[in-house]
Design a protein. Structure first.
Length: 94
C-alpha cells in the first residue's frame, strides 16, 4: 500500500486540482435585527449571496449574526442594502 506523502515530504490526499484558492477572502460578521426563523435565513442568504464578490453567507438566526465571506474587502453599503432588501436591518459590524 502506498503512502500519502510526496517525495518532498508534503501530504497528498489524491485530490489535486479540486481545491479553491480563497487566500484573499475576508470574513466579516454583521449584526442583523429582525431575524426569527428559517425563512429569514434563506431570504438573507439569497439576497446577500447574489452580490458581486460574495463567496459565502452564514446566518445565525438565534444570535442575530450574519457572516459574509468576500473575495477581498467587503462592500458594507451593498451588504446593508441587500439585507434591507430582504426585509431586515443591518445594525453594524459585530
Amino acid at each position: 500500500m502506498g503512502s500519502c506523502c510526496t517525495p518532498d515530504n508534503s501530504c497528498s490526499t489524491g485530490a489535486e486540482g479540486t481545491t479553491t484558492a480563497v487566500a484573499d477572502s475576508t470574513a466579516t460578521v454583521y449584526a442583523v435585527s429582525g431575524m426569527t426563523c428559517g425563512h429569514c435565513k434563506t431570504a438573507i442568504t439569497t439576497s446577500v449571496g447574489a452580490l458581486d464578490g460574495v463567496i459565502s453567507v452564514d446566518v445565525d438566526v438565534a444570535g442575530g449574526l450574519v457572516t459574509v465571506t468576500t473575495g477581498g474587502a467587503p462592500d458594507d453599503a451593498a451588504i446593508a442594502a441587500a439585507v434591507d432588501d430582504a426585509g431586515y436591518e443591518l445594525t453594524g459590524r459585530a
